[in-house]
Design a protein around this ligand. Structure first.
Ligand code: FE2
Ligand code: FE2
Length: 330
């Protein structure tokens, strides 16, 4: 991995010899009925690039089919169709499976600073039972390590290492503002629920070159998993009030706000409704920020259709605001 160049930094003509994760591999037979070419999608922590390997032997195909991490030697060239960059592969060998997580992007914020923000929120909680519940999670060193690495999603929002911690703190900040505008809402209750609302995600995803769901994540999902984890911890806390436990679990179970978004119950108390809106606000805004970033270098005014917004997005907004500001200064 020494002197490796990240995918986003590769330029035309670069000669490379480094490890990538093989996200997709496709083998196509040419019209001559004999020659097979390999087409790949390769990733590292910075992004994704296509690659091509012309004229593969049967033996090489069998080897590649077993590879996940590959040591690749080649050169950055341009695709004939479309003109995008791709890697023309000269050699491809199996790479040791030691550094899976190096191939997953990370939060752009300092994870220790995010965790400090989360610690400050926990320290601000004065309700004894809610404080004990938070401590039972965030003082567990094994769980904490998982929490720091977890993404918040596979795609849509904060889909990177540290994404869960970043999203959790953002949701807490939005909830703080809601509590200032609506002091009728119990701050201790809402912030505690915000801190734990996605805790099930520590078991929902696995990082193996790409972010993927675990079997448990696919079969049960983080909402129910989180509620179960909370129930287990509550059982160990002496005299945890039953009604408080019921309302807390309701708030976790209803945080996606709608049955079709995976919540088995709809938010039926004030903090549960507040948490749903705070969660949705951060997920959607972050999703859109990430989408704009991905489209940054493309010369398009409109994004493709975004399924989770059910619309395409106008991408020229920043230029229009900036240029109109410059004009008014002249
Ligand atoms: Fe969630
Ligand atoms: Fe969330």
């Amino acid at each position: 991995m020494k002197n490796r160049k990240r995918i986003v930094d590769l330029v035309l003509g670069d000669k490379i010899r480094q490890t990538f994760f093989i996200k997709e591999a496709e083998f196509r037979l040419r019209r001559d009925g004999k020659t097979v070419d390999g087409f790949f999608k390769l990733t590292d922590s910075s992004g994704e690039i296509e690659a091509v390997y012309w004229d593969l032997s049967e033996q090489k195909i069998a080897q590649i089919e077993k590879m996940e991490l590959a040591q690749i030697e080649g050169q950055v060239s341009k695709k004939r169709s479309g003109g995008q960059m791709q890697i023309s592969i000269k050699t491809i060998e199996h790479a040791p499976e030691s550094t899976w997580e190096d191939f997953i992007p990370s939060t752009s914020f300092d994870i220790e600073q995010i965790m400090q923000g989360i610690d400050d929120k926990i320290a601000s909680i004065t309700h004894p039972h809610l404080k004990a519940l938070l401590d039972s999670f965030f003082k567990d060193a094994v769980l904490l390590e998982k929490f720091k690495k977890s993404p918040a999603a596979k795609k849509l929002h904060q889909a990177y290492r540290g994404g869960l911690a970043e999203h959790t703190l953002n949701v807490c900040q939005i909830c703080e503002t809601i509590c200032q505008i609506y002091p009728q809402i119990s701050r201790d209750f809402l912030i505690s629920a915000a801190l734990l609302h996605d805790i099930g995600k520590v078991e929902e995803y696995q990082l193996r070159g790409i972010i993927d769901h675990t079997d448990k994540g696919k079969l049960i999902g983080h909402i129910i998993m989180g509620a179960e984890m909370i129930e287990e911890k509550i059982k160990l806390i002496k005299d945890f009030p039953e009604d408080l436990a019921m309302m807390f679990k309701h708030t976790i179970l209803s945080h996606h706000g709608k049955l079709e978004f995976g919540s088995p119950k709809l938010p039926s108390i004030l903090p549960a409704l507040a948490l749903f809106y705070a969660d949705d606000t951060d997920a959607k805004l972050n999703g859109l920020v990430c989408l704009k970033e991905e489209n940054k270098y493309l010369d398009k005014k409109w994004s493709d259709w975004i399924w989770w917004l059910e619309r395409p997005i106008f991408l020229a907004e920043d230029n229009i605001i900036k240029e109109s500001g410059n004009r008014s200064e002249e």
